[in-house]
Design a binder for this molecule. Sequence first.
Ligand SMILES: NC(=O)c1ccc[n+]([C@@H]2O[C@H](COP(=O)([O-])OP(=O)(O)OC[C@H]3O[C@@H](n4cnc5c(N)ncnc54)[C@H](OP(=O)(O)O)[C@@H]3O)[C@@H](O)[C@H]2O)c1
Length: 253
Amino acid sequence: MRLDGKSIVVTGASAGMGHAIVERFVKEGARVTAVARRRERLEELAESLKDEPGKIIICTGDIGDENTSARMIDMAVQEFGRLDVLLNVAGIMDDNTAVGDVSDEMLDRLFRINTLGPLYAMRRAVQVFLSQNDESGNIINVTSVGAAHQTAGVAYCASKAALTAATKNTAYMYLEKGIRCNAIAPGGVVTEIPLVMPTPDEFGFGRSSALLTHAPELGMPEDIAEAALFLASDESRFVNGAILTCDGGWTAF
Ligand SMILES: NC(=O)c1ccc[n+]([C@@H]2O[C@H](COP(=O)([O-])OP(=O)(O)OC[C@H]3O[C@@H](n4cnc5c(N)ncnc54)[C@H](OP(=O)(O)O)[C@@H]3O)[C@@H](O)[C@H]2O)c1
């Protein structure tokens, strides 16, 4: 098994990519702390995986609240004795608004959940990695092709670009401590994200959806889970500070 015994925290585990990642990881022997706000979804996921080789515990909370980050990492350490991997998947979309019309509320919400939440979790995880004193640790952030291409509004694209910068900064800062940090940048993937998206701004959506003419077929959450499995496993031990684009070639032009 490719993740045998690894203690891994996965946020955004109740739907979409995070859900598929937890399923894949527990089947590969990981001991997963699954995080989201909807407890009943996480309980269903845990029940469906009870006969698989790995283990799963659940932690509920808003990832934009620093207390959730601390609690989920501490739960993983308490239950499994250590932390090996943090996978920041949870995130939200904006309403495609361009900067001239963006609201304070939209900027605050997108940066709180897409950027600050992952940063709080990274800070706690790095403190735990260093305290374990064994020159290891692995962080994987889910960003977006929107970090470098204009596939959404300014709040979403800027929040994911900031997370990309934090990924590279962390990889560089701790490379002599044995801590790796990489990101996955998905393109269009079939998940529940459109169901929770706010009503699109007409001007901004018109601009960003023009890029859809280059888009290939949508990917599936399982495609992202395969990329996450590689980055979480020791097979990727020489990969650090990388942004792995998983978009079926959408942004290859
Ligand atoms: N789907 C795409 O086409 C696409 C493309 C590029 C990048 N992405 C990125 O991929 C990641 C996963 O998205 P997805 O498409 O799988 O979305 P999804 O199906 O909507 O799932 C989002 C997950 O994040 C959790 N979440 C959202 N807000 C949260 C909060 N405040 N606190 C805790 N958990 C929260 C949700 O759980 P609860 O609601 O239960 O809390 C859910 O488990 C996101 O970071 C997204 O930006 C998606």
